[in-house]
Design a protein around this ligand. Structure first.
Ligand code: OOG
Ligand code: MG
Length: 262
């Protein structure tokens, strides 16, 4: 595939997000689209956003738990980028009218104190480079029809990134009483428990997700930077949102993170 085509698909996905409408999967038009080509489309999409003044707050991992892989029928981890315009303060609101068909995920966020450069980053290095961890809700909103896609489609679509809520408490990673894999997570909507799990659901330990991310980014000469806010991936399956919902994510030792849907 040629560069102008990468650009064409990136523009299509960006317009779909801005106009809040679903589009056909790219693989319907280009059935043999590879993951490498899809990352080229994603790079064009990121360029369109940064050129229009949006700032990256950090990269994120997706499809890092069995629950997410089974739900989306895609069995490989992916990365994408979170932007400043996606940030919602904890306790804040999102509007259904701004989104297509959003779902929410409960995640553990890492805030780095030092840069991390692949390709041989280990989880031990991630733990020593991490300053804080925090509870997070991610709102994913695939730009594709019916929220279904193949691996290259979802890569091109910036891993369905749409909104992110980070809890108000940043916990220094070394002050935790247990390891992050043992931290329980519960997702409530309107007071009803919708999904629950533990940090171990994410690659056995969420620090592994950050290590994989650093090593994937090294392929294009990028590194994780001090100050980056990194989402490690949904611990459970994602839950569909509706207007009027109140969402609370509770994580052992990390605290709560909440959101309402207007
Ligand atoms: C892709 C994004 C997945 C996660 O945490 O697993 C993701 C999707 O499921 O639409 O953000
Ligand atoms: Mg996610």
């Amino acid at each position: 595939m040629k560069v102008p085509l990468y650009r064409k698909f990136a523009e299509l996905l960006n317009e779909a997000e801005r106009e809040k409408r679903e589009v056909a999967r790219i693989t319907e038009e280009v059935p043999d689209l590879s993951a490498e080509e899809a990352y080229k489309i994603q790079e064009e999409l990121i360029k369109i956003k940064t050129n229009s003044g949006h700032r990256i707050i950090g990269p994120k991992m997706g499809l890092t738990s069995q629950a997410k892989m089974a739900q989306m029928k895609v069995k490989e981890p992916i990365y994408g980028y979170l932007f400043d315009y996606m940030f919602v303060p904890s306790g804040g609101a999102i509007r259904m009218s701004e989104l297509i068909h959003p779902k929410v995920e409960v995640e553990i966020a890492f805030i780095l104190g030092e840069d991390l450069e692949g390709p041989h980053v280990t989880s031990a290095q991630v733990l020593s480079a991490t300053k804080y961890v925090a509870p997070a809700l991610e709102i994913i909103d695939s730009r594709y029809q019916d929220f279904t896609f193949t691996l290259p489609d979802v890569i091109a679509d910036n891993a369905s990134s749409s909104r992110v809520v980070i809890g108000n408490t940043m916990t220094p990673i070394h002050s935790l009483k247990t390891d992050l894999d043992l931290i329980g997570a519960a997702l409530y909507i309107n007071g009803e428990l919708k999904a629950c799990g533990a940090g171990a659901a994410v690659f056995n330990h969420p620090a592994n997700s950050v290590a994989v991310l650093a090593n994937m980014l090294a392929r294009k000469g990028e590194r994780l930077k001090a100050g980056d806010i990194i989402l490690t991936g949904g611990i459970t399956e994602a839950i569909q949102l509706s207007a009027g919902d109140t969402v609370i994510g509770q994580l052992d030792q990390l605290g709560d993170v909440s959101l309402s849907v207007k």
